[in-house]
Structures are given as C-alpha cells and as structure tokens.
Design a protein around this ligand. Structure first.
Ligand SMILES: Cc1cc2nc3c(=O)[nH]c(=O)nc-3n(C[C@H](O)[C@H](O)[C@H](O)COP(=O)(O)O)c2cc1C
Length: 215
C-alpha cells in the first residue's frame, strides 16, 4: 500500500472485533510514531499504551461516555511533553510546535495502523484532568492530547464528505485569488478529484460487500 492509498483508506473505526492486536503490531505502530518530524527534533511526545481492561473502560467513560472505545484491543494515550516542547522556543514551542508534532505523530500512527489492516480513531473529547489521574501525569508537565483506540475493524464506514480542493486552497493570498487564476491548475485538480472519486467509490462498494463478512 502506498502513502496515498493509506491516506484515502484511513477511516475512523469505532467498532472492533474481540481480538487482541499482537505485541509485534504495537511495536510497528510505535516505530511509525518515532519517525515523526518535530521542531528542532525535540520529539515532545509521550505515549501510554493502555491494555488494562478496567483502565480502558474508565477511559471510555471519561471520554463523554464513548462506549464504543471499550471494544478496542488497546488505547494509545498520546501526550505532549511540554517541557521538551518548550525548550528554547517558549510558549510557541508548546502551543504551536508541540501541538503540530503530536498531531503529525497521531496521523503517522493512524496511517501505519491502516496499512497493517487494523482500525483506529483519533479521539479528542475527554476529561483531561481525569485522564491525567488515570495515567498519573498530574505531577508532570505531560498533557494528554488525544487517544487512539485500536483493534481489528468490525465495521469500516464509507468515506464521509470532504470540502472541495477549490474551496480551501488559495493562490498567493487568502480570499485573493482562487485556483482558477493559475492557468492549467484547475484541470489538474479536476483530474486528481476524478481519480480519488473512483477510488472512494471502490472503497464504498468494498465496505458494502464486506459489511456482512466483518460482523
Ligand atoms: C482532533 C480530533 C478529535 C476527534 N475526536 C473524536 C472523538 O472524540 N470521538 C470520535 O468518535 N471521533 C473523533 N474524531 C474523528 C473525526 O470525527 C473524524 O476524523 C471525522 O469525522 C472524519 O472521518 P474520517 O476520520 O473517517 O475521515 C476526532 C478527530 C480529530 C482530528
């Protein structure tokens, strides 16, 4: 699977089979995390791999009762190490660079998870204080920023809608010109869109055909 295919195939998976992922698979996901870029290569992240069933249940409950999380094989709690992020960059290091690096780390993990045929979802809604109590980071400058419940997908939803490339891309300045002002670009964008549409339609068909098999 190439990178584009993993990007297009990745979906938020919220239903998992009763099957544990292997230690080797956990290591592969952490390997992808390790090679994430970060400002000044400060690598300002910590990852808590939660496999204790009671802890998983509690994490689901303090994530606005997202009960589906309880069916995950395990949950990666991704944290920002604010001390590492701050370095000589100060506030911007924590608020901008650190958040960007952990976001990139999460996406790297999600893409590798997709490539491996596993499923996961980026979870941001949770009670931060209570998560800190559970993973014992209260005394540290380590802030939980996301959770990634992982497992074998039971159901893979079809792709949700996306904004058009033309709607979010701007040439030279925001709201100044749109892509139409760059001669020939619109044609390339249309071609790219058509190719994606074909691929997404095949995914949609797969997801409909496989929905029974996955149950
Ligand atoms: C920062 C962030 C926080 C999110 N938080 C949650 C969450 O708490 N619960 C959830 O079910 N999905 C969550 N999602 C997943 C989004 O709902 C999902 O990515 C979006 O609907 C697009 O679907 P897709 O991931 O299948 O492309 C979050 C995604 C991001 C990037």
């Amino acid at each position: 699977m190439d990178v584009l295919e993993a990007i297009l195939r990745r979906r938020s998976i919220r239903r998992f089979k009763e099957r544990n992922i292997k230690k080797e698979e956990v290591a592969e996901i952490l390997k992808a995390a390790r090679w994430t870029p970060s400002a000044g290569n400060r690598q300002p992240w910590e990852i808590i791999v939660v496999r204790d069933r009671d802890l998983i249940e509690e994490l689901a409950e303090i994530s606005l009762e997202q009960d589906w999380m309880k069916s995950a094989s395990l949950i990666f709690v991704v944290c920002l190490n604010e001390e590492l992020a701050e370095g000589s960059y100060g506030k911007r290091g924590v608020e901008v660079y650190g958040m960007q690096a952990t976001g990139a780390l999460i996406e790297n993990m999600l893409l590798r998870i997709t490539e491996m045929g596993l499923g996961a979802c980026w979870v941001g809604s949770f009670d931060e204080d209570r998560v800190e109590d559970l993973i014992k980071t209260h005394e540290e400058k380590v802030r939980p920023v996301a959770m990634i419940p992982v497992g074998y997908p039971k159901k893979t939803p079809g792709p949700p809608p996306r904004r058009e490339i033309n709607a979010f891309s701007h040439v030279d300045e925001y709201k100044g010109k749109n892509l139409r002002n760059w001669r020939g670009l619109v044609k390339c964008v249309k071609k790219a869109k058509l190719e994606t549409k074909r691929f997404m339609n095949s995914l949609r068909e797969d997801s409909e055909n496989n929905s029974n098999n996955q149950e």
